[in-house]
Unconditional design. Structure first.
Length: 181
């Protein structure tokens, strides 16, 4: 059984604003370079920043669907503490990665129209499925023993009770170990 988590990848208008800034800087770089007003020798910083901005603006939709682990709170918390706990970091893909890539590539042939659709698909809120093997690796679900499955909700409710002061540290530790964590 898999768990569903909410991914908030930011709104379309936010990403459109960021894209306008990147694209504007990149466009200024192209105009200044081809008009001969600015050369790479005369202003290397502007040339470097302009080139990177133009590339980032071009690739923006596919950059949004890269590793989205830091945008899912439970996974982000796990990854933050992973090195200290001796665990591997978890990487989670955007649920519509393949669709965004297809729209991105086809956008070349549609004069950018499908590229904009790719940006719309990449932005917004999505449900991400975390498989049991990733949940077990994160320590949010244990391997079933004798048909008993401990899921993330039980541990989270215990943690919430502990945070609110309803149960003591000793009770929390004991119940956590009873769950196999």
């Amino acid at each position: 059984m898999s768990a569903q988590y909410q991914l908030n990848n930011g709104g379309f208008f936010y990403h459109f604003f960021v894209l306008a800034l990147l694209g504007g800087l990149g466009f200024a770089w192209i105009v200044a370079t081809f008009s001969g007003e600015i050369t790479a020798d005369a202003n290397p910083v502007f040339s470097f920043v302009g080139a990177i901005s133009m590339l980032a603006a071009l690739l923006y939709p596919v950059l949004l669907v890269g590793d989205v682990s830091d945008k899912i709170p439970l996974v982000a918390e796990h990854n933050k503490n992973a090195k200290q706990n001796g665990k591997k970091k978890i990487k989670v893909r955007h649920p519509k990665t393949m669709l965004v890539w297809v729209l991105f590539v086809l956008g070349i042939f549609t004069f950018g129209l499908l590229w904009i659709v790719a940006l719309i698909v990449a932005a917004g809120t999505h449900n991400v499925t975390i498989t049991d093997d990733l949940a077990i690796e994160m320590g949010m679900k244990e391997v079933g023993r004798d048909g008993a499955g401990t899921n993330a909700q039980e541990l989270l409710s215990l943690k919430e009770l502990h945070t609110q002061g309803v149960i003591t540290d000793d009770e929390f530790s004991r119940k956590k170990s009873e769950l196999g964590f």
